[in-house]
Design a protein around this ligand. Structure first.
Ligand code: SF4
Length: 239
């Protein structure tokens, strides 16, 4: 049975080669699919890690579903790429929050902005798609906020989170995508390494992969909240 495990992640990152990591990821998704079937759903952010995870999941079963959380601030290139991905995979469902928010909330209170525009639709997706286990493209080598995750976690009661590429290096993601000729968001051609909403994502030369996120705010290099905030609605309560 798939359950929260605490492995020595750092030793797996360094100790497994590319092929072993791919096999480990496929095996984790296979186990989860056997256990959860249609309750297993991929969260697809349309970034390089997500498209790698989506490709791995499709190798396990073409029936695995997914959801994309988009916002009014996603760059046009990402919106176009989203359209192409959904046309290719109609089992990807789009979630968005169109609620009114104060102007430039992303500058004055980016945590609140992410809560409304990203965390709320993620919660809705999990509820509506009856997700029992969600798959993410999170990687522990991605930045300072991502070092303490595990491959299988239960952050919310009754909702398992599977991070099947947690131990992959950035280089191994590109290796996988190139070898399998997977289409990626064209913004990578411009030099971005981590993609998000337009106002909160910049191209940098910083060694930290997520350094271009939320530059100039307390959230710099940080998280939108879907990996850190509770995702199960309690008695229908939102954020
Ligand atoms: S990434 Fe920026 S614009 Fe997008 S939801 Fe978060 S704060 Fe708002």
């Amino acid at each position: 049975m798939l359950q929260a495990i605490e492995d020595n992640i750092a030793s797996l990152v360094e100790g497994l080669n590319f092929k072993q990591k791919v096999e480990r990821s496929l095996s984790l998704i296979e186990q989860a699919y056997k256990e959860y079937g249609q309750g297993l759903v991929v969260a697809d952010s349309l970034g390089k890690d997500s498209v790698a995870v989506w490709h791995l999941a499709k190798r396990v079963s073409p029936d695995i579903r997914g959801f994309i959380v988009t916002t009014r601030f996603k760059p046009p290139e990402t919106k176009q790429f989203m359209k192409e991905e959904v046309a290719r995979y109609p089992e990807l469902k789009i979630y968005e929050n169109n609620a009114e928010i104060p102007d430039q909330l992303y500058e004055t209170d980016p945590n609140r902005c992410c809560d409304i525009l990203k965390v709320e639709p993620t919660r809705r997706a999990i509820e509506e798609m009856q997700v029992k286990c969600w798959i993410t493209g999170l990687r522990c080598t991605e930045g300072r906020t991502r070092t303490d995750f595990q491959e299988v976690e239960e952050r919310d009661e009754g909702l398992l989170k599977l991070n099947p590429i947690l131990i992959w290096y950035e280089r191994e993601i590109w290796q996988y995508l190139a070898l399998h000729k997977v289409d990626v968001n064209p913004l990578y051609i411009e030099g971005y390494r981590s993609l998000g909403c337009g106002p909160c994502t910049k191209i940098t030369t910083d060694p930290d992969e997520r350094a271009g996120r939320w530059i100039g705010t307390s959230k710099c290099g940080g998280e939108c909240g879907i990996h850190t905030r509770p995702l199960k609605l309690i008695n229908g309560a939102g954020i």
